[in-house]
Structure formats: C-alpha cells, structure tokens
Design a protein around this ligand. Structure first.
Ligand code: ARG
Length: 354
C-alpha cells in the first residue's frame, strides 16, 4: 500500500473511534473522512482539528500499555502548540508547560503538542539531572551522560553537583540546536528525608517534582508528532527503587543500608530489599510533606483496577505490558501481578523515537 493510502486508512480508523466517543453523528464522521481524503490526495497529509488533537492525545495516554496511571486519561490538558515557529515561542511554551504542570506541587497532567515535522527536543525529560564522567567516577545521573556531553559541547557548563538540572535543548527545522537553562524558580525539587531514620536525611538527596517525558512521538491517526512532551505525577517506586537505587543510576542502596544500620555483609539479611523499602518510604514521605503530588504503588494499582472496570463498562479492551505495569517493589501484593495483559499496541499511542 502506498504512503497516502496508509495514512488515509490510519486517519479513517482514528476519526471513526474518536467521533464515536465524542458522540458526533454518522454524517459528521463521513464528511470529515471525505475532507481528509481530499487533503491527503492534494497535499499528502491532513491537519487535525483542535478537538481531534485534544481527544487523540487523551486516547494515546489511555492506550499506553506501560502506564499504570491511566485512570486519569480524560483529565489530560492538551496545549496545542502547532503554531509555534520561533525559538522564543517554543521556549515560552516549554517553560509554561513546566510551570502549569507543576502548579506549586498540585501536579496537573499536561501535554504540549508542537508542529509535527519542524521541532526536535533533545531532552529525555524536560527536567532531568546531568551526569558527568570524572576520574573519581560518575557524578550525577549516569543516564544523562550523553546529553550532558552534548550540552557541554554547545557551551553549557553545570556546577558539577549530583543534581544539576540540564538545560532545555531543542532544534527548529534545519537550524542548529539551542539550549536554555530553566529558571530555578520553575524547577520544584524535594529534599528526601525519612520520618524515622534521620541518617537518610544526611545523604543529601533530592529529586524533581514533575517527570515530563519529551523524547516520545505522539501518533494520532497516522500523524507523528515528534515533539509532544507530556507528564503525570510520580509513583514513589520510580524514584526510590529505580532512579536512586539502580546500579546504573544513583546506586544508593549501600549508603541507604548503612544509614539505617543494616548488615550488608550477607545477602540473607535482605539489606537490599529493606533499603529499597525505606528509600521509597522516604520519597513518599518527602513529597507528601512538601505538598507535591505522588502516588504509592498500592494506590496506583487500585486506581488501575478501577480503570480496567470503567474501560470494560465502556466496551473497550484494556491492553497492557505486564512487566512494566507491575511495580518493582512487592509486585505480588498488587492485583496486576496476578493477571496477564494483551500487549497489542493500539493507536493513538506514544512511540519511542528512533
Ligand atoms: N520513570 C521515569 C522517571 O523516573 C518517569 C516516567 C513517567 N512517569 C510518570 N509517573 N508519569 O523519571
């Protein structure tokens, strides 16, 4: 099938589902598909209406097989930034996204959708810490070493701490990429403390409030939006079990175990497991104390259960990626662990960028 026919097929499938969910008439659906057909024939593409973009982005979240937070898909706020052309406009929209989503801690799920061909964001998340390879080992987040190097090549210089926020790096059209430091007052960060183990506070850890994924492609009806950063709020284990604990990330289990006085000589003391629990408990405690939205994995699992029921009530099948849905801490205490999921990728969706 040639490219135009493929696009028309994807577009029609999307319009049918989308218009049905928006309770449009069969006539509206038919005439919209006709007009898309003419657009594709004459120009090779078509342009989503604001309403289609809005609902399509929500559907993409609803179809995200790896996400346990999908109960809230319909509350996603969609900012249409397809008109942004200049560096100033894009920067303003990205900073606005950060501020609006952060909302002083009461985090709002947001997506900003930019022109589908023109803009490339280099950041994995809009807010993320730099990683430096030094002769004394890695400082900061090892997962960010590559982007950090690129930023340095472009003339950016971090302070060299474990928690330097990387600048926004993006490119418009064929122009060279540019970087802009995010103003400090827009980056909400949470110092990590433990309600019982005060020695954990001395590790001087912190994390940022809002995870804004910015390297995935939003696909709606065959159109691929390359720049469409989106966010929800954190689940505690993402920080406590993965970001701070993974050997390939901040690798802090040994230090945490020492802080809570565990014997790390023998595996069978389960010091790693106990350190994971206390680190995640500290994360949840700290975010709550600072008034920043976060969810624990038990509550998230219950919310996902509700999502499955509301989807069934709407005659939709829930697809999912089991190994991503289960939390990395005590998975067998959640209902998702005891089920299996069909990992078919529905459209609209978010795709990994190449
Ligand atoms: N796991 C990623 C991180 O730790 C964030 C992925 C998106 N998470 C979310 N809760 N929306 O930074």
């Amino acid at each position: 099938m040639d490219r135009k026919n493929k696009l028309l097929e994807a577009a029609s499938a999307f319009i049918k589902t989308c218009y049905q969910e928006l309770e449009k008439t069969p006539h509206e659906t038919k005439s919209r598909i006709e007009s898309i057909k003419m657009d594709i024939q004459s120009s090779g593409s078509y342009v989503h209406t604001k309403e289609e973009l809005d609902h399509g982005a929500k559907m993409a979240w609803r179809n995200s097989n790896r996400c346990i937070g999908r109960l809230f898909w319909a509350s996603l706020q969609v900012f249409d930034r397809r008109e942004d052309r200049t560096e100033e406009e894009v920067l303003k929209s990205l900073l606005f996204h950060i501020e609006y989503a952060t909302n002083n801690g009461r985090i709002r799920p947001v997506i900003s959708v930019f022109n589908e061909t023109n803009i490339i964001i280099y950041n994995h998340q809009l807010i993320r810490y730099a990683g430096y390879e030094t002769s004394n080992g890695i400082i900061g987040d090892p997962a960010a070493i590559e982007l950090t190097k690129k930023c340095e090549e472009m003339g950016w210089k971090g302070e060299g701490t474990n928690f330097d926020v990387l600048p926004l790096v993006f490119q418009i059209g064929n122009a060279p990429p540019v970087w802009h430091q995010i103003p400090n007052e827009l980056v909400k960060e949470i110092p990590i403390s433990h309600p019982d183990y005060k020695a954990i506070n001395k590790l001087n850890l912190k994390w940022y409030a809002v995870p804004i994924i910015s390297d995935m492609i939003l696909e709606i009806g065959g159109i691929h939006y390359q720049a469409a950063p989106f966010n929800g709020w954190y689940m505690g284990t993402e920080i406590g079990v993965s970001n701070l604990a993974d050997e390939k990330r901040y690798n802090l289990l040994k230090k945490t175990a020492a802080a809570i006085g565990l014997n790390t000589q023998r595996n069978s003391t389960l010091w790693k497991d106990r350190a994971l629990v206390e680190l995640t408990a500290a994360v949840l405690h700290s975010y709550r104390k600072e008034g920043v939205s976060i969810v624990d994995h038990h509550t998230a699992d219950a919310q996902f259960h509700t999502f499955e029921k509301t989807e069934a009530a709407n005659n939709r099948k829930v697809t999912g990626d089991w190994k991503w849905l289960i939390p990395p801490l005590s998975p067998s205490t959640t209902h998702v662990f005891h089920k299996s999921y069909d990992n078919t990728r529905l459209s609209p969706n978010f795709l990994k960028s190449p």
